[in-house]
Design a protein. Structure first.
Length: 361
């Protein structure tokens, strides 16, 4: 866990009014998170970890890994109670992969000495077999056809530094951009095509959005750090992802959406982690870790493909089912009632981070 030598300025000094507390096993978890926030505020002018930085913004990561969760300062029974309470969220919209997808990945991984043309032919056979199968299996075969031939036969020795654009093209373009977000109501875009609602200094590497009318709504973002690349920003990609998700949640709240949800993908080297954020218990922005997977770095490790596919498909399934279509209705009802959007009074004021460009740890 990284720690930073920073001074945070303009942070809220008062815990926002809460409409409904988050209670788990008769324990007021909102109160526990408030204690985490208060402790984080006290340390905001010294070395501070990623989780503490997020807590300053009312962002609370939840993970089965206690060290990577806001529950690291709670008792183990409390941590277990929270993770059990979040299981429906963690397991929601998980795709079911056919046994053939695993079999294809294992067979292609074992034949890692194939040339580019041989790989294409082997993948074409997989694609032909998948034409008679379910849509998910055919999608998997389509990704395999485009992705596997791009990979080296064996992983590069010494983990050389890789240019981010090259890494994205070779390892992420096929599974994320080309196939998974096509033929949905979502539109993929690169980080430079951000919605104006990203008010801070964050710039996602990739974003999926909907545009039901004039306005645009970002639903899923991705932060990428290529292998061998250090952190060039003031804070880590994990923190930036959390802040981006919070901006997206706030946009949905301002438009009157009653149950805002957004998704995030964090790629660091060959490791991929997926998240979903909600605001069910204001002011808690719960950033739930859904899954992790190790991406294949070569044909020899392509047996990892099903885990990667499962991670990204879950994010796609969640994002495509987000109730964005309700926004025009919700906004019209809001205008007719003359009432402010739900949660709108609970949004934290804009915060600004001031600090040195160096960090400790």
């Amino acid at each position: 866990m990284r720690s930073y030598k920073y001074v945070f300025a303009g942070m809220p000094e008062v815990w926002p009014f809460q409409q409904n507390s988050w209670t788990v096993d008769a324990v007021n978890m909102t109160k526990e998170m408030k204690a985490v926030w208060q402790a984080s505020c006290k340390g905001a002018s010294c070395n501070i970890s990623d989780i503490r930085i997020l807590a300053l913004h009312f962002l609370f990561p939840i993970s089965l890994d206690k060290d990577m969760s806001c529950t690291r300062w709670l008792t183990f029974p409390q941590h277990l109670a929270i993770t059990n309470d979040m299981q429906p969220t963690i397991k929601a919209h998980l795709p079911i992969l056919s046994p053939e997808v695993l079999s294809w990945s294992l067979q292609l991984s074992a034949n890692n000495g194939m040339s580019f043309i041989e790989s294409k032919r082997a993948c074409a056979e997989v694609l032909a077999a998948a034409t008679k199968m379910d849509d998910t299996s055919f999608l998997a075969a389509s990704i395999i056809f485009d992705w596997l031939p791009r990979l080296p036969s064996l992983p590069a020795s010494g983990a050389p530094k890789m240019i981010e654009d090259t890494f994205v093209h070779q390892f992420l373009d096929a599974p994320v951009h080309q196939h998974l977000w096509q033929r949905t109501n979502l539109r993929p875009g690169m980080g430079k095509q951000l919605s104006r609602d990203f008010t801070r200094w964050t710039h996602p590497d990739w974003v999926a959005f909907v545009k039901p009318w004039i306005a645009r709504y970002d639903l899923s973002v991705c932060e990428v750090k290529a292998p061998g690349n250090g952190n060039g920003s003031i804070v880590s990609d994990f923190v930036m992802l959390g802040l981006e998700l919070q901006d997206m949640i706030n946009t949905q709240v301002k438009e009157g959406l009653e149950q805002p949800r957004v998704c995030g993908i964090l790629v660091k080297g060959y490791n991929i982690r997926t998240f979903v954020m909600d605001l069910d218990h204001p002011p808690l922005y719960r950033m739930t870790h859904l899954a992790s997977a190790q991406m294949p770095d070569s044909k020899s490790s392509f047996s990892n493909f099903p885990n990667v596919l499962r991670c990204i498909l879950q994010i796609k399934n969640i994002a495509t089912k987000l109730p964005i279509a309700w926004m025009p209705i919700s906004r019209q009802k809001q205008k007719e009632s003359g009432q402010p959007p739900p949660h709108s009074g609970l949004l934290p004021s804009a915060q600004h981070l001031q600090g040195s460009s160096s960090f400790l740890g």
